[in-house]
Design a protein around this ligand. Structure first.
Ligand SMILES: C[S@@+](CC[C@H](N)C(=O)[O-])C[C@H]1O[C@@H](n2cnc3c(N)ncnc32)[C@H](O)[C@@H]1O
Length: 291
């Protein structure tokens, strides 16, 4: 996969020898569209954290992985290919995503388990997963417009609600020392608001995150996206959370008091491959608003 462009028009991208059938943005738009593959979303997140994940999983005899909101099945299928001894469960609320993941599993001859439904504590045993991947939607929009936003981009209040509710459930499903891998845009005061949330909610564990792009002002992003910003909801939001972060990260559920590290400088070699920037991210979010 090229790292040189936003390739949301490619219906059959390939990565690490896997093929993924997705709904390219240049096809007919529909609200249940399956999220495409974009270099800075999934491939880069893998490159940033593959070493940690490989160190963590290869030594274990029995491994259970959960891909929450699997979309095209990117994470579940990649992780099954990399760690064939793992049991992999892919879950999505969108029935078409489950069908697409089934199709992509057949296409790549990988054996994974599929669950259709909203992510919920009662679906799986507590303390049972080694790795949980969270890639919740994080589009910023006024709630009055939510019916025009595709399912893959509806992240609830301020794009944060879905990540927070999925994190609470994932914390329960994770074994001690298990890990959450995530890719998440997050507003905040002077750091992504999810760092505050994890600290206040869980009190324990280690969070590390990478700024994929340098943080920008929330207002500048919203003006780029909406031009004349006429939503009081979004204006109030930008006042409350003035900075916007585009990140990937990993949380380890340890018993130690909560700590957080921003590791961007140590990942600079991997990040130097990146051709995308806030302008291309705004272009992507504009595409989402065209549904
Ligand atoms: C941004 S897409 C990511 C798709 C895929 N994981 C990837 O990285 O390409 C978010 C996905 O999460 C699903 N989703 C959102 N909220 C969910 C929930 N509460 N329970 C289950 N699936 C959810 C959506 O249907 C969508 O397929």
């Amino acid at each position: 996969m090229s790292s040189k462009r936003i390739d949301y028009n490619n219906p059959l991208p390939e990565f690490e020898g896997l093929k993924f059938h997705v709904d390219a943005f240049n096809e007919r738009r529909h609200i249940q569209q399956i999220f495409p593959i974009l270099y800075e979303e999934q491939p880069l997140t893998w490159q940033l954290y593959q070493e940690e994940i490989t160190d963590f999983l290869t030594s274990k005899r029995k491994v259970k992985i959960l891909d929450v909101g699997c979309g095209s099945g990117f994470w579940g299928l990649l992780l099954k290919k990399k760690f064939p001894h793992a049991t992999v469960v892919c879950l999505d609320k969108n029935p078409l995503a489950i069908e697409r993941t089934r199709y992509n599993a057949l296409l790549n001859q990988l054996d994974i388990n599929l669950v259709e439904g909203l992510y919920d504590k009662t679906l799986f045993k507590h303390n049972s997963f080694d790795l949980i991947v969270l890639t919740p939607p994080y589009h910023l929009y006024d709630p009055k417009d939510s019916n025009h936003i595709p399912l893959f981009a509806r992240g609830g209040d301020y794009g944060l609600h879905e990540f927070y509710s999925q994190s609470i459930i994932a914390f329960a499903h994770l074994k001690t020392d298990g890990k959450i891998l995530f890719n998440q845009m997050s507003a905040g005061l002077d750091m992504p608001d999810y760092v505050r949330f994890y600290y206040e909610k869980f009190k324990v564990g280690e969070m590390e995150f990478t700024n994929i792009l340098p943080p920008i002002s929330t207002l500048a992003f919203l003006k780029g996206l909406y031009g004349n910003l006429d939503s009081q909801y979004l204006i109030d939001f930008a006042k409350m959370m003035p900075m916007l972060f585009y990140t990937s990260g990993m949380y380890t559920k340890s018993k130690k008091p909560f700590s957080s590290t921003e590791n961007t400088s140590s990942k600079s070699q991997i990040l130097s491959q990146l051709q995308e920037n806030w302008q291309t991210r705004i272009a992507l979010h504009k595409e989402i608003n065209r549904f």
